[in-house]
Design a binder for this molecule. Sequence first.
Ligand SMILES: [Zn+2]
Length: 448
Amino acid sequence: MNYFALRSRRVLSPEGEVEGTLVIRDGLIESLLPYDEDPVCQIEDLGDLVLMSGLVDSHVHINEPGRTEWEGFETATQAAAAGGITTLVDMPLNCIPVTTSKEALEEKLEAVEGKLWVDCGFWGGVVPDSIEDLDKLLSAGVMGVKSFLIDSGIDEFPNVTREDLRRAMPIVAKHGVPYLIHAELQNDEAVENATMTNYADFLQSRPNSWETDAINLMISEMSACDCHLHIVHLSSAQALTSIKAARDKGIKLTVETCPHYLTLAAENIHENPNLFKCCPPIREDKNRLALWQALKEGLIDFIVSDHSPCTAELKLFDSDNLEGAWGGIAALQFDLPLIWTEARLQGFDLLEVNRLMSASTADFIGLGKVKGKLCQGYAADILVFNDDVEYSISSEMIRHKNKFTPYIGKKVRGKVERTYLRGQLIFSDDKFKGLPSGQPILKGKGGY
Ligand SMILES: [Zn+2]
């Protein structure tokens, strides 16, 4: 029987940071007792290590089936477990087939069997030719859908137009799930350099206005439809004015950003710019600080990884061809130390960081009543965190498939000591424990 207790001087509970004894029974949190109270089960005292709810990362590209040389469910969910992430949601591209139909979702569900170290939900995709399949795809259990307003980089996942959106949005609204938008819209403000060799060239090729134009288009379309719009990976702080105005009008609009936009600045990227290529691009330091301010004000709702891995060959490391390199950053395992290191400097405490990476994302994917908090009756998805230790990220630490990330050598604070999934220890002392016990999560099925 799975019945035990973890005691700590620092438990991040919905009431704040407290001393307490967290009792776990059969995969659920049974209670949070006072520090000195002894339940009739084995009690382990973790001293000053922080007990917090496992992270929920709603933006991960796993690429299986079809592009498993880029990433796969086993390695991605191991990297997640090592990073304290207990639930993630897989993106509908760059796998083959892309997840734009019920049949493609079924192929994905076959592909995950026996490989999940953490729980995993799925986003569906909407492309112009898949709108007739959308209702069935949503009924099959995806947590919502995603479209691009610009070339996705993947031929099988073309962007939608305004007309496509007008067909798709009422169907998404009927299911009451979010519509995720990659918000960049091409205009003629991009500066095209004949040769793109440094990050400044790349940044100029994808200006702020691409993001603001896309977000303004979406807000104007949403005004006519009661559909929940979600902006993925916001990079440009200039779009925040429109976002605030839309929210003030009561439009259902949520926004996420990512560690790379919050911890890196374009003007500091010199060596190996291909490693830092992602879309939208990493912008200037003053933009980065404005994103932190928006998190503080609640204009940005949460932080997710946008873990977007590929092979080393596709990054074209040994060439100065930045234009041809795949855009994407892979680092989900390091999100918490990266964010905690910077968040402290920005005046955030660990409770706020935990909320931004767990409770808020759990709410967003519709699991806010079962995951994302150390609360009675919730899943015992627990992360044991040493928030004080400092170290440098090295390639030997990487658990995702292709062992590169822009953060090699970066000094960070905070280490994931252990991860529990539904009361089972899955990661401890830098090792995975037991067998993969993660479950696929389908909306509307099996208790979710
Ligand atoms: Zn993405």
